[in-house]
Design a protein around this ligand. Structure first.
Ligand SMILES: *Cc1c(COP(=O)(O)O)cnc(C)c1O
Length: 400
């Protein structure tokens, strides 16, 4: 959303944008944003109908095209990401698929980080490959590997930072320079940080994709996604979404736009809890190693401190022992939810090697550091002392 000079939100802070951006009150004067549960819209005249279908008049036609609640969400997220425009999608995967379908064609090549969401690997490696889009996977932090993977037909670089579950931090500026030198776009999956902690566009990325399912909602209620970037790129996305249909529902858009209002406050609280838990874990004799970029000894600490406002809510750690010890610690918790989801007020705990990263080969898991004794915690908003006690239950019986 480009801001006009007379826009009261011009130059406003992130928290003001989160609460105010994108709202257009109706004649009813509602204070809070309404949900427009309508599939289609009535035209005041046949001539206006013709003008809207012809694209000469900007009004609503059909909710696969535009919906006022979805538009409010899109404008708010765009303002928070510092993007000209954003589009809502049916899920995070729909956001990534739509970006690829709108901006790539058969014969194009993508360089994708190896350390991305598993389904993203599948989307590029299995489905886009079927339509003639070539993909090379590179370890996130292997800068020489990224350089070598770029080919004359490379049109897109795709990465997620920080990575799941080891919190590896990629240099967005490096990837941006590499992409632009090759005439390619840099796409960053900003799910783990959200715009409250990281704005990839300001660091040189061209496109940001989101699983709104995670922190944008923040309370585990809805599945959705979003893409943000320049008006030119977003117009390609809009055309794809209108034609192919993986659009966001009005109800979900309402949940996400209300979620954005508290996003920064929640991300600060998630980060505070995660740091406290990471520091405590480091001091436990049953813990071999903790992975959290907020810890000064994490290899990504300095870069994360420069690139992000805070370190986020996801951490992982290795317990002493193997799979049995890890499963024991997970099963001993009584507050945390044993689930692979993240970005929720409720803390979640999972064993990556046998769930989120279970489809990888043993060699791929070993190369990625996904050991059998690794546990990931997506730290929620409970009192952190209770989370420590919850993990201590498993540690206590390990020591016996
Ligand atoms: C969950 C997730 C996705 C996929 O989003 P859905 O909303 O589940 O489709 C993509 N990227 C990351 C980093 C995720 O965590």
């Amino acid at each position: 959303m480009t801001q006009r000079d007379d826009d009261p939100l011009a130059g406003a802070g992130l928290q003001t944008l989160a609460v105010r951006a994108g709202q257009e009150r109706t004649f009813e004067g509602e204070h809070s944003e309404p949900i427009f549960t309508t599939s289609s819209y009535v035209f005041p005249s046949a001539a206006e109908a013709a003008a809207r279908f012809g694209g000469e008049s900007p009004g609503n036609v059909y909710s696969r095209y535009t919906n006022p609640t979805v538009r409010t969400f899109e404008q708010r997220l765009a303002a928070m990401e510092g993007a000209e425009q954003a589009v809502g999608t049916a899920s995070g995967m729909a956001a990534i698929l739509s970006t690829a379908m709108a901006l790539l064609k058969s014969g194009d090549h993508v360089v994708c980080s190896r350390n991305v969401f598993g389904t993203t690997t599948n989307l590029f490696g299995k489905y886009l490959a079927k339509f003639g889009v070539e993909v090379s996977f590179v370890p996130l932090l292997d800068q020489a590997g990224w350089r070598e993977a770029v080919q004359p037909n490379t049109r897109m670089l795709f990465a997620e930072t920080p990575s799941n579950p080891l919190c590896e931090v990629a240099d967005i500026g490096f990837l941006s320079a590499l992409a632009h030198g090759a005439g390619a776009l840099l796409v960053i999956d900003n799910c783990f940080c959200s715009p409250a902690l990281q704005q990839p566009l300001s660091l040189g990325a061209d496109i940001v994709v989101h699983s709104a399912t995670k922190y944008l909602d923040g309370q585990g209620r809805c599945v959705g996604g979003a893409v943000a970037g320049s008006a030119e790129h977003m117009s390609e996305l809009v055309n794809f979404l209108r034609t192919c249909g993986p659009t966001m529902s009005a109800f979900n858009a309402w949940v996400f736009l209300k979620g954005l209002e508290t996003l920064q406050l929640r991300m600060e609280a998630h980060s505070r809890n995660a740091l406290a838990l990471a520091e405590w874990l480091q001091a436990q004799p049953q813990v071999e190693k903790v992975f959290y970029a907020g810890l000064p000894d994490h290899p990504g600490h300095t870069l994360a401190a420069a690139q992000q406002r805070d370190f986020g809510g996801v951490l992982s750690f290795r317990v002493r022992g193997g799979r049995e010890a890890a499963w024991h610690c997970i099963d001993a918790t009584r507050i945390m939810s044993v689930t692979a989801n993240l970005g929720d007020a409720k803390t979640t705990i999972v064993h990556p090697a046998t769930t989120t990263h279970g489809r990888l080969s043993d060699e791929e898991r070993a190369a990625g550091g996904i050991t059998e004794n690794l546990i990931r915690v997506a730290v929620g908003l409970e009192d952190v002392e209770d989370l420590k006690k919850d993990l201590a239950r498993g540690f206590a019986s390990l020591a016996e």
